[in-house]
Structure formats: C-alpha cells, structure tokens
Design a protein around this ligand. Structure first.
Ligand code: NAD
Ligand code: TDX
Length: 337
C-alpha cells in the first residue's frame, strides 16, 4: 500500500511516519510538506534513504502539486495544518488558507484520483470548552463550538471532509484527538516549552491561574489509534481519541515535570492569560476502545519521563529551533519573561 502523508515533517506526522515504516514493512510513504517554521526534515534523517519513503516539498494549497503527488496513492493521512492556538490569535489568515482551503484542495484531488481512504486528523478543540467542575466529556456526539481562530479553522475542515463523504461519496474517516506530547514537539507548545526552559535554567510561563485542564495523549498511542482507524475504521465515521481517564490541570502537569527534573516551584512564572483560553478539554474515548480495541499503552507518568529524556538527550534539535525565528516569536509572545 502507498500512503500520502501531509505535514509529515511536523510533530505528529514525523512520529506517525517513523511508526508506520517500522510496523508496516510492505508499505510506502510519500510525505508532502511545505516546511513552514514547524516542519523540520532533521526529524526524518534516519529514514531519508529508505526506498519506501520519499519527500515532496510542497504546499497543500497548490492544486498542481497536490494532484501530481496523489497519483498512485491508495490512502491519504492528512496532518498538514497550522496548529498553534497563540499564533492563530496573532495571525488567523494563514490558518484559514492552510487548514480550510488546503483541506478542500486535497479533498478535490482525492476524489479525482479515486483515493480509497482519506483520513483527516483533527482536534478536540472543535468542541469548545468544558467547565472545570463539570463531569462531562467530549465525544463523537458533542456539538461543535470552536472558540479560537485555530479551532474554528479545524472545525471548518472537519465539516468539509464530512461534506465530501455525504455529497460525493469520498471514503473518509476523522479522528479528533486531545493534546499530544512526545519527541519532536515544536517547543512553542506547553510541555516542550516547559522542559526546554527548565533545561536552559529559565522560568516556565503559565497562563492565567494554571487551572486549565487538558487530556494528554502520548504521540505513539495516537499513531496506533490512526493505524486502527485506517485498517478497521468504518468509512464515514469519526473517532475521538484521548490519553487520560481524567484530564489534568496545567499547573499539576507542570509540577510533575518539575519533580521529574528535580526542580522546585521557583521555576513557575504566572503570566497574562491567553485570550479566549479554553478552560477544559476531556475526552470520552469509549467508541474507539469498544469498536476498534484501542487504548493507550503508556501511562501519563511513564510517557512524561520518556519525553523529558528525549529533550534532555536531543539538545541540539531544540537549541537549533530556539535560536532561530523562534527567538523573536518568544520575545513577542512572552514580553516580560
Ligand atoms: P505541527 O505544527 O508540528 O506540524 C505541522 C506540519 O504541517 C509541519 O511540518 C508544516 O510544515 C506542515 N504544513 C503546514 N502548512 C502546510 C501547507 N500549507 N502545506 C503542506 N504542509 C504544511 O503540527 P502537529 O502538532 O504535528 O499537528 C498535526 C495535525 O494534528 C494537525 O492537523 C493538528 O491540527 C492536529 N492535532 C494536533 C494536536 C497536538 O497536540 N499537536 C492535537 C490535536 C490535533
Ligand atoms: O506558555 C504557555 N503557557 C501555558 O500555560 C503555553 C504555550 C501554553 N499554556 C497552556 C495553554 C493550554 O491550557 O497550556 C495548555 C496547552 O497549551 P498548548 O500547548 O498551546 O496547547 P493547546 O492550546 O491546548 O492546543 C494543543 O492541543 C490541541 C495543540 O497546540 C493543538 O494543535 C491541538 O489541536
């Protein structure tokens, strides 16, 4: 089987490609990536000479290139997106272009080339927020209520993917997952920002009161969930994927990181809250568990330790990022830190 992976030079795409080549020996992967600030080919040097892997530098909004790479493809796994909520607040336009228009261009090409399965990776953020005290969880039946430009653009892309199924019969599936963590996460996201700041002897900026809750999913568990959906998922269906039984607040997650890294609370710095900051995400992942037999293999603490070890052992990877364009982004995003 030949897979087209979009956005494979980013965090989850990288982990998915490495996982897939290891676990599906007969399969080939084509990786289409624009290499935005978040795309990094260094992630994939271990497989760049693998005859089952090829890389195409291109934009999902470019229909010429998209139609060309779709030739001979069996299944598409669509990760490519602008993904950072804070960046969507300071500059929403590119989120609409890539996440909405780019997805529609891929869908058109998938129809044209009679793709057997188009799998769209989305987020739990499309459902909006839960109240901290609430025992509710997001499920496949939760109505959409996105509250940031990022989540609004992902919601629009989900609607388009379903529209192409109902209107044109394109064989699609969607997964809406919670916050991923693990190796190769770009250090703008909370966990790698915290870990690398601690390694640099800096403080960790915590938005607002730190009580916002997230449901953390280890990226390798996520890759297995996508594998199951690609192989056993029902066409037209959506599956939500989360990593924990109950979400954890940012401050409690940070305390765990500090403990593992042998630091105290002096490393915490409360900063101005994110505008429209969603209070809580929590996922009821019983559908993918009951129908496809998926559950996370790694405990949160185990996966956190693995992640911290990875950043500790791969300083050059994140130092290269942090010394580039990221430095001016950090200055603007955290002006008083
Ligand atoms: P990322 O930001 O690390 O990587 C995104 C990748 O997409 C980069 O390699 C980038 O170069 C590429 N890309 C961006 N615009 C492109 C374009 N126009 N054409 C081609 N390539 C382009 O993202 P990630 O964290 O790996 O997220 C992957 C997917 O998973 C996204 O669709 C995101 O919405 C979704 N998701 C992420 C999380 C998370 O916690 N990271 C959680 C839920 C859902
Ligand atoms: O410096 C920070 N301080 C802080 O307190 C940053 C960057 C974040 N936070 C908080 C905000 C959130 O409550 O930590 C939590 C996690 O923040 P992010 O890592 O920015 O993730 P989030 O906004 O929850 O969105 C993520 O999960 C869903 C991904 O970025 C999305 O791509 C994905 O769809």
């Amino acid at each position: 089987m030949k897979l087209l992976v979009t956005g494979g030079a980013g965090f989850i795409g990288t982990n998915f490609i490495l996982y897939w080549l290891k676990n599906h020996e007969g399969d080939e992967i084509v990786n289409l990536d624009k290499l935005t600030y978040a795309g990094n080919l260094e992630n994939l040097t271990s497989i760049e000479k693998n005859p089952r892997y090829s890389f195409i530098h291109g934009d999902i909004c470019d229909s010429t290139i998209v139609n060309k790479v779709m030739e001979g493809i069996d299944k598409v796994v669509h990760f490519a997106a602008e993904t950072h909520v804070d960046r969507s607040i300071s500059g929403p336009a590119v989120f609409i272009t890539t996440n909405v228009v780019g997805t529609q261009i891929l869908l058109d090409a998938a129809l044209e080339h009679k793709i057997k399965h188009f799998h769209h990776i989305s987020t739990d953020e499309v459902f909006g927020q839960l109240e901290i005290e609430s025992h509710d969880k997001f499920s496949e039946n939760t109505p959409y209520n996105p509250r940031s430009p990022y989540s609004a653009s992902k919601a629009a892309s989900d609607h388009l993917v379903r529209a192409y199924f109902h209107t044109y019969g394109l064989p699609i599936t969607i997964t809406n997952c919670s916050n991923n963590f693990g190796p190769y996460t770009f250090p703008e996201k909370f966990f790698p920002l915290a870990i690398t700041n601690i390694l640099e002897g800096k403080k960790v900026p915590v938005y607002g009161d730190g009580k916002n809750v997230r449901d953390w999913l280890y990226v390798e568990d996520h890759a297995r969930a996508i594998d199951l959906v690609l192989n056993k998922g029902k066409i037209g269906e959506t599956y939500v994927v989360g990593g924990l039984q109950n979400g954890i607040s940012n401050i409690d997650a940070l305390r765990k990181i500090l403990t593992i890294m042998g630091k105290n609370e002096d490393s915490i710095e409360f900063v101005k809250d994110r505008p429209g900051h969603d209070r809580k995400y929590d996922i009821d992942w019983s559908k993918i568990h009951n129908e496809l037999g998926w559950e996370p293999i790694f405990t949160f603490d185990e996966a956190l330790k693995k992640t911290i070890s990875w950043y500790t052992e791969n300083e050059t990877w994140w130092e290269n990022i942090k010394s580039g364009e990221y430095a001016s982004y950090y200055q603007k995003q955290y002006p008083h830190s």
